[in-house]
Design a protein around this ligand. Structure first.
Ligand code: BGC
Length: 329
């Protein structure tokens, strides 16, 4: 046989064999890729469910449970898969590491509180640079590349709080303030709003400001210390959800009445105390709406719709005359 012919046939056989092996390998890797995608929570093209994560300031906190409820119900409505996470006790570093974890897990979108510009902005930008859209909730990080903010206009809400303090006290009083945290921008913005109003009344003075670390127990402790240290305080104002009830408990145990207490948010205990006349008023945010809207906006974004960069959910000032409206917020 012609030697040339034999070697030519050998090359063809070898080529066919290599082609067969290559096709087999390509099909196998495509199958593996699909399995990996499914396992990592990234649905294939045939399954349009998005996997999103909502990172809270504190898990199991009544305020965040309302946010969670709104987000869960919206996710069910739009066929999205939502995961809730957050530190068990308020801890900004842990919150940031949960944000990093969500980025590493390549989730489809993240909803996160933008508590502190310096710390959150670079990590939010990292997510966006990797193609993960981020919505800030409750507290904005406006310098970041986040898609949108959903929540209260915190300076305006602080001013509403200030106006309520003036209205309730007639513009006279020595004020003790408890804020949720000295590192949280939403709390500092509310404090600024409160000061913007109070500074125009010569009969009013803020004599002490302390932080509750968004804990009911710490709010009691701080309020009690403040009242012992400043017996002249006759108005107490709180800027986070658990503060007013803490101040009420402290004033009861120290038998400090009359004391005008004005707080924030619509926790059941706060609303009950308003109906009994023990807390004068509260500035109620809309945590359910925040959760609901954040998920809805992500859904619209995934549908290719254009969304705005800021959605203020509004607050309602509640006193004894309209306190029942707080239950449906
Ligand atoms: C604030 C939240 C905070 C919550 C806890 C709310 O008023 O908007 O940022 O986590 O209070 O007390």
């Amino acid at each position: 046989m012609d030697k040339k012919w034999v070697s030519g046939a050998g090359v063809v056989v070898l080529f066919v064999l290599l082609l067969y092996l290559f096709i087999g390998f390509a099909r196998h890797s495509a199958r593996m890729g699909h399995i990996v995608k499914e396992l990592s929570g990234h649905p294939g093209q045939d399954k349009p469910g998005y996997h999103i994560v909502l990172i809270e300031q504190e898990r199991y906190h009544p305020y965040w449970e309302m946010v969670e409820k709104g987000a869960r119900e919206a996710a069910a409505k739009y066929g999205m898969d939502i995961e809730f996470t957050g530190p068990v006790r308020n801890n900004m570093e842990e919150q940031l590491s949960l944000l990093e974890k969500a980025i590493a897990a390549q989730v489809d979108a993240i909803i996160v509180q933008g508590l502190n510009d310096e710390k959150f902005t670079p990590v939010i930008d990292k997510a966006v640079n990797r193609g993960i859209p981020v919505i800030t909730i409750d507290t904005d990080a406006p310098a970041s590349r986040r898609l949108a903010y959903v929540g209260t206009d915190n300076v305006a809400a602080g001013e509403a709080l200030g106006r309520m303090v003036v209205q309730t006290t007639g513009g006279q009083g020595k004020i003790g303030v408890i804020i949720g945290s000295e590192l949280a921008k939403n709390q500092l913005q509310r404090l600024d709003g409160l000061k913007n109003v109070v500074q125009h009344y010569s009969g009013m003075e803020i004599v002490d400001i302390r932080s509750s670390n968004i804990s009911h127990m710490e709010a009691i402790q701080q309020a009690a210390d403040m009242l012992r240290f400043h017996p002249e305080i006759d108005v107490m104002v709180g800027t986070s959800a658990t503060d007013a009830l803490g101040m009420l408990q402290a004033s009861r145990s120290l038998k400090r009445s009359p004391l005008t207490i004005i707080g924030f948010d619509n926790q059941a205990g706060t609303l009950e105390a308003i109906s009994r006349g023990e807390i004068a008023a509260t500035v109620a945010q809309q945590p359910y709406l925040m959760g609901d809207m954040a998920v809805r906006l992500l859904y619209q974004h995934f549908q290719g719709m254009k969304i705005e960069s800021r959605y203020y959910t509004g607050v309602k000032v509640l006193d004894r005359s309209n306190v029942q409206e707080g239950e449906s917020l």
